[in-house]
Design a protein around this ligand. Structure first.
Ligand SMILES: C[S@@+](CC[C@H](N)C(=O)[O-])C[C@H]1O[C@@H](n2cnc3c(N)ncnc32)[C@H](O)[C@@H]1O
Length: 242
């Protein structure tokens, strides 16, 4: 099996999130959770645009200077992974036109994340503190229905070889619990083999039994070949349940 090793602390930009999750301006008018946020600059850039955004990642418990270093190192590690000539054929080079472009864009996102994380730690920077919360799925430190939109990219389904069906079910229910609107999860593929998550039907059925409705939607973004779909969770209407 082709394994990237430790879960990447990866850095996608606001623009990449917008494409992956098919976000329209109207989707970002309420309170938004990015879980896991990793080294993505989504929250930093969303805050700059006046969006009420919060990011969660277990790594945020670590020292901020170390996280800035890790963001840079993992940007290079992720880029090295896809420079391998065989692996490169499993990616679609349209959003990024080349591995160099991928490195440049992800590097810029990592720098923006690190700068914002640094600002969020300083007192007196109103609006920035409390934006990077250290926590791990399947348990989040938020009240029910706290967010209008929850985004989850490149953790669930992506690392399916090490996270089982029970974990996926519990994590998705937790994301749904803290959300009063939609939960969007992208992509629906594993990073090791690029294959669709084999237990998607099973996990959707499990969610449905708990009153969590779901649908699969195509998006206009594809970097991993075949990775152009997201899972959307919403409140199920009674007739959708068994
Ligand atoms: C590949 S990154 C994705 C980051 C970001 N969403 C992006 O797309 O760039 C995966 C992240 O999952 C985080 N992670 C690992 N275990 C987790 C857990 N139990 N709950 C939430 N996040 C976790 C890692 O620390 C890492 O930052």
């Amino acid at each position: 099996m082709d394994d990237i090793g430790e879960v990447l602390f990866s850095a996608r930009s606001f623009d990449e999130y917008r494409a992956m999750f098919a976000l329209m301006d109207g989707d970002l008018t309420g309170r938004v959770l990015d879980c896991p946020g990793g080294a993505a600059s989504f929250t930093a850039e969303a805050l700059d645009r006046g969006v009420d955004a919060v990011a969660v990642d277990p790594r945020y418990a670590d020292d901020r200077a170390l996280l800035a270093e890790l963001a840079g190192r993992d940007t290079v590690r992720g880029n090295d992974f896809l420079r391998d000539p065989v692996r490169a054929t499993r990616f679609v080079w349209t959003y990024f036109d080349s591995p160099d472009d991928h490195l440049a864009q992800r590097g810029e996102a990592a720098r923006r994340f690190a700068a914002d994380l640094g600002r969020s730690g300083r007192s007196g920077r109103s609006g920035r503190s409390g934006r990077y919360v250290a926590a791990a799925l399947p348990q989040l430190p938020f009240a029910d229905s706290n967010f209008d939109l929850v985004l989850s990219s490149h953790f669930l389904f992506t690392y399916a070889e090490r996270l089982d069906l029970a974990f996926h079910g519990a994590a998705l229910r937790e994301l749904h619990r803290v959300c009063r609107g939609q939960v969007r999860v992208f992509p629906l593929l594993g990073h090791t083999d690029g294959r669709p998550y084999s237990e998607l039907d099973a996990v959707r059925h499990r969610l449905d039994r708990f009153g969590v409705g779901s649908e699969i939607r195509r998006v206009d973004y594809e970097f991993q070949a075949g990775g152009d779909q997201m899972l959307v969770l919403h409140r199920a209407s009674p007739h959708q349940r068994d």
